[in-house]
Design a protein around this ligand. Structure first.
Ligand SMILES: Nc1nc2c(c(=O)[nH]1)N[C@H]1C(S)=C(S)[C@@H](COP(=O)(O)OP(=O)(O)OC[C@H]3O[C@@H](n4cnc5c(=O)[nH]c(N)nc54)[C@H](O)[C@@H]3O)O[C@H]1N2
Ligand SMILES: Nc1nc2c(c(=O)[nH]1)N[C@H]1C(S)=C(S)[C@@H](COP(=O)(O)OP(=O)(O)OC[C@H]3O[C@@H](n4cnc5c(=O)[nH]c(N)nc54)[C@H](O)[C@@H]3O)O[C@H]1N2
Ligand code: SF4
Ligand SMILES: [Mo]
Length: 706
């Protein structure tokens, strides 16, 4: 058997891998081999990628539809007909009683482009609801909003990831790529080998920070002040690219006025970063022509996340980094299709091709492709957290269809979100495992997994890639596209509803044509032949756009825009009752809500349970020893986890990964304060206190679910 060339099911690096079986006839277990022909990983994979095939055969894999007759009855196997009948009759009943917006849809950034597109279309013309959003709101949205504001376009990195390897300097803020996309490290190492400097900003001295030439350790939530302070220093030291600012940007003078107030000592007091470190960071960043400023979730997941990112974009623009090959500002997209998933209509305010749903021209174009009248398309709906917290309320949706997310674990203030989900009249979930959210459903639809289906994914570079089917799904399992096609048919939806990814992609091309994320020139054949195609790509003759801003930015006047931003502190600061900052994030061996990776044995062995990381000085003050069980308490709730002592974290800050359910759920604590522009919640900083607990009174937290 020839191996099937595809990409990893997990993160946005979309490492290339081949899937095959050994023996003749090929009967061995599915074997994962990293591909050396894919530039993003060049033969590397992380532990999650290596073990990806184990997910196909986990013991509690969903292999038939499940349904419960009443809210308090157990989920029991049923036929597809019964499941589909129940879903469509509940939709009809609830929309009849409460209006079209009574039904909500929640999607995910792990869905292929075809599914994300079809899910958005399903909401708008099969359900005719405005109530759709997705987990990317919790992920990319602040960087997306800031990039849109500054450059007129949000496309992750400004060029191919291999460009990074030739950089003079890379400033990475709020990203721990050594754990979140390990093969990405080789691009940073390439830069360092060529004499480039790596600067890392993180409240924790992570594995990534340890590789840095310069490491800055700010208090969580203070990045905006730090970036403004660095720009203040750049002005003081005459490091600005005045020529670039004059020729290709607008708005710098207002920014100059604001950063005037961020003199070094003040910024040191706010951030805890010593002035000499700030000064060195600015000098390193400004010393060559080829440098990058990169942000990830640490800088973005804040109630002022858009402005935090904007402050770093201002710095990059003032130094003249964007708009040239081999340098610029970039955001490290997170989920497998975090980029494509945010372009084709899963977002509450969006139509395919990264169009705005309230733009009359966009509505006319997309309505024509879908065969409906523009006036029949709903308007913008609620953003993810606003949608989840409206579920089951008097004004909110009464039913939800969930595809590709596990909000019971991953949403901020998760206990309140779980309560809202339980308050629904009807919940249907498509998943391949009984996630913590799926087990609350009235109907569970078993869906195919990555190796069992085809489609396209757009990686963190903006490169559209192909996912290829390598194995057949279990007999009673369907793909998400097949599920949507059947539901649309039963709901008598207008338009065409194919279960075939290539057919859906053809329609997506047409729907995206002329939009900012134009895929119309991309074909399955081209992706195969060219090893991926960068959007925008407006015609089949067009080579694709690896570096979008070389000639002009995507703003109306072609100039990048600097926006002045002021530091205001976190939405919830520490006080005597809650004296410690909590920040949250990831560990190498677990992925997201853990629904997948908590079922893979080698990953559970590597990262078995929830924990809180704290500095030994703080631990001593609180009388906590390494390995003790502690209660972490915030204004939203409390979580009980094991203490892990490390000198790598600031003594005023503790860190919890969010991959576990039950008592160890980090999101029992997090603050749902939302960014006014992106509607991103403040996952990365809130105030907590820690209490030691007597081990006898605390049940052990399970690592694996299965
Ligand atoms: N192993 C693994 N890999 C993953 C994922 C996973 O769940 N597990 N998820 C994927 C997804 S969807 C995403 S979005 C990416 C996320 O990738 P990253 O952004 O790299 O991951 P995080 O751990 O959320 O956050 C990164 C760092 O931000 C730091 N941080 C916290 N608060 C602040 C702050 O105020 N300022 C600054 N400068 N830093 C701060 C944290 O200490 C942490 O080390 O990873 C992707 N890859
Ligand atoms: N405290 C805290 N919370 C966070 C974050 C943080 O840093 N701190 N990060 C946030 C970020 S960046 C993200 S991206 C979110 C992620 O959190 P979630 O949205 O919960 O993401 P996953 O855990 O990947 O959930 C995906 C679910 O969909 C299923 N699934 C996967 N692929 C498919 C598919 O193709 N079709 C269908 N039907 N189902 C599929 C999986 O089995 C799983 O149950 O968490 C956010 N929550
Ligand atoms: S870095 Fe991301 S894409 Fe690569 S193997 Fe790991 S999880 Fe998969
Ligand atoms: Mo994410």
């Amino acid at each position: 058997m020839t191996d099937t060339r595809t990409h990893c099911p997990y993160c946005a690096l979309q490492c290339g891998m081949s899937l095959g079986r050994d023996g003749a006839p090929a009967a061995g277990p599915l074997r994962v081999t990293p591909r050396v022909d894919v530039p993003a990983n060049r033969g590397g994979l992380c532990q999650k990628g290596w073990t990806a095939a184990e997910m196909l055969t986990v013991p509690d894999r969903l292999t038939s539809p499940l349904m419960r007759s009443r809210r308090d009855a157990p989920l029991e196997p049923c036929t597809w007909d019964e499941a589909v009948d129940r879903i469509t009759s509940e939709i009809t009943r609830l929309q009849g009683a409460h209006g079209l917006d009574a039904v909500a849809v929640f999607g995910g950034g792990g869905l292929t482009n075809e599914k994300a597109y079809q899910l958005g279309k399903f909401a708008r013309i099969a359900l005719r609801t405005s109530q759709i959003d997705y987990n990317g709101r919790f992920c990319m949205s602040s960087a997306a909003a800031a990039s849109g504001r500054a450059f007129g376009l949000d496309r992750g990195l400004p060029g191919p990831v291999t460009d990074l390897g030739r950089a003079d300097a890379i400033l990475l803020t709020g990203g721990n790529v050594a754990e979140t996309m390990p093969p990405f490290m080789r691009h940073l190492t390439d830069a360092q080998r060529g004499g480039g400097a790596l600067i890392v900003i993180d409240p924790r001295r992570t594995a990534t920070a340890r590789q840095a030439d310069l490491y800055l350790q700010p208090t969580p939530g203070t990045d905006l002040a730090l970036a403004n302070g660095m720009l203040h220093l750049a002005i003081e030291e005459s490091l600005l690219d005045e020529e670039f600012l004059a020729a290709r940007t607008g708005g710098f003078e207002a920014v100059r006025t604001v950063v005037n107030g961020y003199w070094p000592d003040r910024v040191e007091r706010i951030t805890g970063v010593p002035v000499p470190s700030m000064r060195e960071a600015v000098r390193l960043l400004a010393r060559g022509r080829r440098s990058y400023v990169l942000t990830a979730r640490g800088t973005e997941q804040h109630a002022r996340g858009t402005d935090m990112v904007t402050a770093f974009i201002n710095l990059a623009l003032a130094l003249g980094l964007p708009g040239r090959p081999g340098s610029g500002y970039g955001c490290l997209t997170g989920q497998g299709n975090g980029q494509g998933g945010r372009e084709h209509g899963q977002k509450a305010d969006q139509l395919p091709g990264y169009r705005k749903i309230d733009d009359p021209e966009a509505r006319a174009h997309v309505a024509a492709v879908w065969g409906v009248r523009p006036a029949d398309l709903p308007g913008p709906g609620r953003s993810a957290y606003e949608l989840l917290s409206a579920l089951g309320t008097a004004e909110g949706p009464k039913a939800m269809l969930l595809f590709g997310s596990n909000p019971v674990v991953s949403a901020p203030r998760a206990s309140a979100v779980e309560e809202r989900i339980r308050a629904l009249d009807f919940l249907a979930v498509a998943d391949f495992v009984p996630s913590e959210s799926a087990v609350l459903a009235d109907v569970v639809l078993p869906t195919a997994q990555w190796a069992e289906e085809s489609g396209t994914m757009t990686n963190l570079e903006g490169r559209v890639l192909r996912r290829n089917r390598a194995v057949t799904p279990p007999a009673d399992v369907r793909t998400d596209l097949e599920i949507l096609a059947v539901l649309a048919d039963r709901l008598h939806a207008p338009g065409t509803w194919s279960g075939e990814p290539s057919e859906v992609f053809e329609e997506l091309r047409e729907a995206s044509a002329g939009g900012p994320a134009d895929y119309s020139g991309i074909t399955y054949e081209r992706i195969e032949k060219e090893g991926g195609v960068f959007w925008p790509c407006p015609s089949e003759e067009h080579p694709g756009t690896p570096r979008p801003f070389l000639e002009r930015f995507a703003t109306p006047d072609g100039r990048a825009r600097l926006t002045p931003v002021e530091y205001t502190g976190p939405a919830e600061d520490v006080d005597p009752e809650y004296p410690v900052y909590l920040t949250t994030g990831r560990v190498l061996a677990q992925y997201q809500s853990g629904a997948q990776t908590r079922r893979v044995k080698p990953l559970v062995d590597a990262a078995p349970e929830a924990f809180v990381e704290l500095h030994p000085d703080l631990a001593e003050r609180l009388d906590i020893a390494d390995g003790d069980r502690v209660r972490v308490v915030s204004r939203r709730g409390s979580a009980t986890v094991r203490a892990r002592l490390t000198e790598a974290i600031r003594y005023d800050t503790v860190f919890m990964p969010f991959h576990w359910a039950g008592e160890g759920r980090a999101n029992l604590l997090t603050n749902p304060a939302l960014d006014p522009l992106s509607r991103m919640p403040e996952f990365k900083v809130c105030a907590v206190r820690l209490e030691p607990v007597l081990s006898a009174s605390v049940p052990v937290i399970e690592g694996a679910v299965a």
